[in-house]
Design a protein around this ligand. Sequence first.
Ligand code: ZN
Length: 191
Amino acid sequence: MCMRVFVCRVSICEYATIGNVTETLWEAASEADIDTLRQQLDRIPRGVIGIGARCVCGRPTVVVTAPRLEDGSPFPTMFYLTHPGAVKGCSTLEAEKTMEQLNDWLAEDDQAREAYKRAHEDYISRRRRLGEVPEIDGISAGGMPTRVKCLHALVGHALAVGQGINVVGDRALELMEERNLWSPTRCTCEM
Ligand SMILES: [Zn+2]
């Protein structure tokens, strides 16, 4: 199987070509993006591959991170949520025991449980495109495939890959919207 990742200089997007399928995975990070990431994370961002999702203002919302960092340590969270408003929204939901409700939902709803398993497989197959890291092989993020343990990781995945892939991430985004905690359609970066 042909498997390569290259930079398209015309559109400054990264594509993965797997077999005959080419898909946009992320945009290259500019110097301005790296500066913003540094502010958002309050540290030097590590293992940056590109920007997986952006705020409507253009600032990064999700950074795509290498499965192995510069120092050699494995890093399973390929889609890392950086937007302060989104991070805070997830933290608020977690503090309000939303994860317990989502775990109950997965326990009761066969379709949701199956979809969550598929989200886990999606996560791992996307990360494999960045390289094989045996230490985290079969491990995704956020508690997948059976538990909800970190909404930040699940929302990061949902924002980067779009609606319909991570059922729990999608639900957390809906809850944030309903509760007016955060929305990907409004910029709150300057607040
Ligand atoms: Zn913004």
